[in-house]
Structures are given as structure tokens and as C-alpha cells.
Design a protein around this ligand. Structure first.
Ligand code: GDP
Length: 173
């Protein structure tokens, strides 16, 4: 079954993204305690594809050992995933992507898969600020042409159709 991997700093709105995409209130819930043993969660969306939740990053205080463990697990996952079709990085449209976001984007780019950047919490900025924020995100991440930046709001559902269309095209469904 084809998969799309989702990454994002804790509290960025990853589970809200999943829930909005599939119109559920509480299916996806990430517990994002720093230092907690991290595992990969699989969300079975339907018989057609799975979302794979890439465990949180961006914990300044996580030990070297934890980081190494994370890297090992991710490396194994990405290396063996023939069914992985695309990745999505969830970021907060209000802020400049953090160093962790930038690192994660570069990490995802490594695997020669399309990367979707979901700029979520769109409802929290003024309409007049959108263009500027999106351009800033595109520039800071040094996004590449084959990647898609999708403005999104889990609150209003804006961007949902574009996100679905993009995902389905990557999944070839
Ligand atoms: P996760 O830790 O990345 O899974 O983050 P959550 O999905 O739990 O979201 C963290 C907080 O941000 C929650 O209080 C959500 O209600 C809120 N949130 C997530 N997405 C949006 C959005 O698009 N708009 C608004 N206004 N709030 C959001």
C-alpha cells in the first residue's frame, strides 16, 4: 500500500492536518513529549494508502543518544520504503521556518521523493500577509520547483482540495 510520510515539529498542527484531511475529529493524536521513546505511527486512511507519522523533531534538549536513535530509525524507514511515494513537511505559516524545519526539509529532499510543504494555520494570519509569508517560507527552505507549497488551515479547511489533489497525484490514485 502506498504511503506518504508526514513530518513536523511538535504542536505545529500535524494531527489537525490529518484529521481535517480525513474529516475526523480525533483519529490522529500525537503525543509529543520530548525524550519519549519515539516510534513510527501508521495511520491507515483507507484501503488505498497510509499516512506515516514521522516522530517529532526540534527538541533542543534531546540528548545525542536520542538523536542518534532517531536518525537510525529514520534511516531504516526511508531506506526500505519502496511504497513511500511522497513526504510532507508541516510548518506554521506564521513563522520563519526554524533551523529544525530547514534540516528536516533537506533531510526529506535526500530521498528523491516529492516533498509537499504544508503551511498550516493559515487562518491565523491576515489575508494581506499571505503572499509575503509564503514567499519567505519558499525562500528560507530553498524549495525546489518540483516541490509544492500548500497554504492550509485545519480550522477552515482551506487548502484541503489542493493538498488532496497533490497527494493523489503522487500516489497515482
Ligand atoms: P501536533 O502536535 O503537530 O499534532 O499539533 P496539533 O494538531 O495537536 O495542533 C496543535 C495546536 O494547534 C492545537 O491547539 C490545534 O487546535 C491548533 N491548530 C492546529 N492546526 C490549526 C489551524 O490550522 N488553525 C488554527 N487556528 N489552529 C490550529
Amino acid at each position: 500500500i502506498p504511503e506518504i510520510a508526514l513530518a513536523g515539529r511538535s504542536n505545529v498542527g500535524k494531527s489537525s492536518f490529518i484529521n481535517r484531511m480525513i474529516q475526523r475529529k480525533n483519529l490522529a493524536r500525537t503525543s509529543s513529549k520530548p525524550g519519549k521513546t519515539q516510534t513510527l505511527n501508521f495511520y491507515i486512511i483507507n484501503e488505498k494508502f497510509h499516512f506515516v507519522d514521522v516522530p517529532g523533531y526540534g527538541y533542543a534538549k534531546v540528548s545525542k543518544k536520542e538523536r542518534a536513535k532517531w536518525g537510525e530509525m529514520m534511516g531504516e524507514y526511508f531506506a526500505e520504503r519502496e511504497q513511500l511515494r511522497a513526504t510532507a513537511l508541516i510548518i506554521d505559516v506564521r513563522h520563519k521556518p526554524t533551523e529544525d524545519d530547514q534540516m528536516m526539509y533537506d533531510y526529506l529532499k535526500h530521498f528523491e521523493l516529492p516533498v509537499m510543504v504544508i503551511a498550516t494555520k493559515l487562518d491565523k494570519i491576515k489575508k494581506g500577509q499571505r503572499k509575503k509569508q509564503l514567499k519567505m517560507i519558499y525562500d528560507v527552505l530553498e524549495m525546489e520547483e518540483e516541490d509544492t507549497l500548500i497554504p492550509f488551515s485545519a480550522e477552515t479547511g482551506e487548502g484541503k482540495d489542493v493538498a488532496w489533489r497533490t497527494m493523489l497525484s503522487h500516489l497515482k490514485l
